[in-house]
Ligand binder design. Structure first.
Ligand code: FAD
Length: 415
């Protein structure tokens, strides 16, 4: 029997695992990548360390239920088994983040590349797919400036979303699926930095602080996250800020609780600490009241927000109301959001191709048999912490398998 001919469009996380699992099932696989090399984004992940996946379940956004169903068959344990089976040892951190044991994204790409070679997957770089059509013979793929390829029994579209187009994902994969009747949920940048009122954070660029952050849509609370906030010249960055960026709109506020990570949770605890400090620094400059609690530059901005002038005064001159106001600023510093960084800086795309028209078992289209899609091109996105690669890798693995091993119908031995 002739092997099934499979084309994979996109050599990122999802495409690489799809090509491997398809070839291991006996498919004859060609992988098309528009960039000059595969896996460019993979090399940039996790600051070059590649946070592969996360063993702590957290909800996904977009059509998050689709991710849950994908993980039913290809969850963290199965993915770790995949990596170990392919020779990549992994290391799990206490918070569930899983990295390659080398802590190098390049190792992950090497492992994937070497298996593509072992399995004789043909990898064509500089090959941008710009059209798909179906004939009686199967699927045909047109490459920009290079004519048509095919026919194929299956095409797996893993071209990613629109985040960081310089790494390859320029949104062109959407068009391939839209032309086959699929629907697009508006792509938006997610996991990106926020622009805020610059006056409120002036002089703080480069400073890092621990904070509990909350996105406020007027008086309604939105996303919440804890962690390190990085002040930039345009606003705020850091993982917890990026985790709140998905639904942030200009006019919303991001409130920073700077006292909770220091161990002062209740208002009475924060106020008690400020009163203690006022006593310690009696007779000394009032600015010392925040010394050792927050960086001096940050202390100035907080006092400004609280409307408490510290310059030229002694600590004991601070009134109860002023301590109250400082306490409020430490517990809930509201920074007005003016915008968010776009696709050129976002790590992930929210939105994408509607998953209702795909099987979560095979990732095959219910509109066009033989057409599959996996990874970020679909309307699924996750929080920071390995969740996005986990969906890309896992859905890619299932798309390659095409229900064979996943459903226990393993008929063809690997090459
Ligand atoms: C800086 C950065 C750090 C990140 N760190 C992490 C992390 O540590 N952990 C985590 O879970 N997630 C991380 N992410 C997110 C994660 O990298 C993505 O969610 C994931 O790579 C998506 O995989 P994908 O294969 O679907 O798409 P992509 O990785 O974007 O790959 C798509 C590929 O398809 C190619 N392509 C696109 N269109 C075409 C076409 N028409 N024809 C041919 N080829 C095409 C592209 O060139 C690209 O190589 C990070 C993202 C960035 C930008």
């Amino acid at each position: 029997m002739n092997p099934q001919r499979t084309a994979v469009i996109g050599g990122g996380a999802a495409g690489l695992t799809a090509a491997i699992t398809a070839a291991e099932q006996g498919d004859s696989v060609i992988l098309y990548e528009r960039m000059d090399r595969i896996g460019k984004k993979l090399l940039a992940t996790g600051n070059g360390r590649c946070n592969l996946l996360n063993t702590t379940p957290r909800p996904y956004f977009g059509q998050g239920d689709f991710a849950r169903r994908v993980f039913f068959l290809m969850g963290p344990d199965k993915q770790i088994t995949f990596w170990h089976r392919h020779g990549l040892r992994v290391w799990e951190e206490e918070d569930g983040r899983v990295y390659p044991a080398t802590f190098q994204a390049a190792t992950v790409l090497d492992v994937l590349r070497f298996h593509l070679e072992r399995l004789r997957v043909e990898v064509l770089t500089g090959a941008a797919a710009d059209g798909l059509r179906r004939s009686d013979q199967g699927w045909h793929l047109s490459l920009a400036g290079q004519g048509e390829q095919g026919p194929f029994d299956r095409v797996i579209v893993t071209g990613g979303g629109k985040a960081q187009p310089k790494l390859g994902s320029d949104g062109s994969a959407y068009g391939l699926l839209l032309a086959q009747g699929h629907r697009l949920r508006t792509p938006k940048p997610a996991l990106t930095a926020l622009e805020t009122d610059r006056q409120a954070i002036r002089g703080l660029s480069g400073l890092r602080v621990k904070a509990n952050v909350t996105l406020m849509h007027g008086t309604r609370r939105g996303a919440k996250a804890d962690g390190e906030v990085l002040f930039t010249d345009y606003g705020l960055s850091g993982i917890c800020v990026m985790d709140c960026a998905r639904d942030a709109l200009p006019g919303n506020t991001l409130t920073l609780n700077l006292s909770a990570p220091l161990g002062y949770h209740a208002r009475s605890e924060v106020l008690g600490e400020l009163q203690r400090r006022r006593n310690i620094w009696r007779g000394e400059p009032a600015s010392r009241i925040l010394c050792g609690l927050v960086a001096p530059r940050l202390g100035e901005r907080l006092a400004e927000t609280a409307g408490v002038p510290l310059g030229g005064r002694r600590a004991e001159q601070l009134s109860k109301d002023e301590l109250d106001a400082l306490c409020g600023a430490l517990q809930s510093w509201p920074l007005q959001i003016t915008g968010k960084r776009g696709f050129d800086q976002a790590q992930v795309t929210a939105g994408g191709i509607d998953t209702d028209d795909f099987s979560p078992i095979t990732l095959e289209s219910t509109l066009a048999p033989g057409l599959h899609a996996a990874g970020e091109v679909l309307n699924v996105d996750g929080p920071c912490g390995g969740y996005n690669l986990m969906f890309a890798f896992g859905s890619g693995m299932l798309a390659g398998l095409n229900g064979r091993q996943a459903l226990g119908r393993n008929q063809t031995s690997g090459k």
